[in-house]
Design a protein. Sequence first.
Length: 614
Amino acid sequence: MEKKQIFLFFIGLLAFTQVFGQSDGVIVLDEVVLSDAKLLHFSKGTKIRVVNDSVQQKSGSSLTDLLRYNSNIYFKENGYGMVSSASFRGTNAQQTAVVWNGININSQLTGQTDFNTLIPRNYGDVVVRSGGGSVQYGSGAVGGTVLLNHRFKFNDGWRNSLETSYGSFNTSKLAFITSLGKEKTFFQIGINHIASDNDYKYLGTNRRNENGAYDQLNINANVGFILSDQNIIKLYHNIFSGDRDFSGTLTAPADENYRDLNYRSLIEWSSFNERKIARLKVGHFYERYRYFPNKQREEFSFGQANTVLANYDYKYQLNKISLNGIIDFSSIWAKGTSIENAQRNFVSGTFLFSHELSDNFNYGLNLRQEVVSDYQSPFLFSLNSSYKVSGNYTLSLNASKNYRVPTFNDLYWTGAGASGNLDVLPETSWQVELGQTIQLKNIALSLNAYNITTDNLIQWRPNTQGIWMAMNVQDVSQYGLELGFDWKWKWEDQELAWESEYSFTKSLDNATKNQLLYVPEHLLRSNVAYQFKKWVGFYQFLYNGSVYTTTDNSDGLPSYTLGNLGLDYHWGNISKIKFILGIKVNNLYNKNYQNVAYRPMPNRNFQLQLITKF
């Protein structure tokens, strides 16, 4: 079937459901308020982890800090607070999607997200969805997807949270979130500012991180209106402004500076009844960076991109069957010092099907096709199922075809002797995963095994003339195991919670059978929290296995073990004001470690914070 025929099929499907779904009634409001119903209804059989508010409170200021100790994602940082990229199940940073209120926000310039520019406390729950998700979330959702969603709490009254924090290296943070939820209106604004000299010691030397200061401001504003019993409108807006000096290495000092600015605006209209939900989203995203090779001078290089998007999402519920048709449109313009004016337009059609065959068994089929202006996109699919073998034991299976499109940098970047390559092809991957979970009264165990095969992996290499360019050069395979353990025990005034996860990952170049760069074979994390009345103590543990830094696996970085220790005291309400005072020790063992070669991470350091809720 040709692409145009496939696309017309999806158009027809949406038109059919629009007519067939007109009926009266009221649907559960929680489902309507949730902007990303794909996660709720069409990810059965997929491994999903929700990182809630209480866990976020115990972690650092960035999404990197949060997920390093609460997921199986490996992060590479060019020094603490610098650019942070994710490796999910052995894939690279461009193969991990970040989704904001249902929209993929990976950079149009680089194809990835810098996790140090995202502040998790400004969102509701942070969700980690393992495995392929390109059908639902588009390009880059190969190894996994991180979802950031805002909550709209109508009838919740006026709530405020003020967080102040100060710690080592002259690190200060101020975060304020206020929300007002009435019967038909909701308003929320969050402001988060963090700044640090970031001049930590390089353990084992007499040097410090002399060019690592950063200053970041993040603002979120969200508004919701219930227009009628069947209509809701929501508006989202986010601004991020960052100013970072880029750290040097053990072998070379630096005097670089990097400034980035991101705007995201989205308006969403939802219409619903007892059987259907229709959503229309329209948005504008803007990203810009300026790189100063010498911060004492005014010369800089830059890149910027504008994205205009529209998304129509129609879900219809027929007894135990859920149908969802989605149409996406995006138009992107980009330019920069080393990128000529570039434009990309795409339209995609997605069909999602889920069937609860019985109380114990459900399955789903998802399809996606894109029509894109500057490359040939593959037809995508995913299959998923979940079977409850007994009251405590569940089996799950999912398989998918996923992809990543070349970025504007891959196609057009011409700086530093490099040459653009308009012939580079999208990466395509096939993935299969088997999961098992055992749920007892206080204990949950999970075991997931997966295999990923990727064709046409995009890498930057010199061509026959010695000119660097993006090219399809490599086929790779990833496979591994993930073992999870959760245990909770509560008695009288005490509660104990222990959560752990071990990951074994092989990520191989099929030509050489060598492990890919910066992919640890072994990763173990464990979190323990103990509460006694108003006191809460917690411990975070991370074992990061060794990684290779050369393609022939002849050199690498050793494994390391990290621990963080914290203690919080929850004061009783004073005039309806709640106080939480906490202290945390990071890198408790004062470990000298690197997760990128020649870029040391911080020594033992302290953080004191006060959270006020009223």
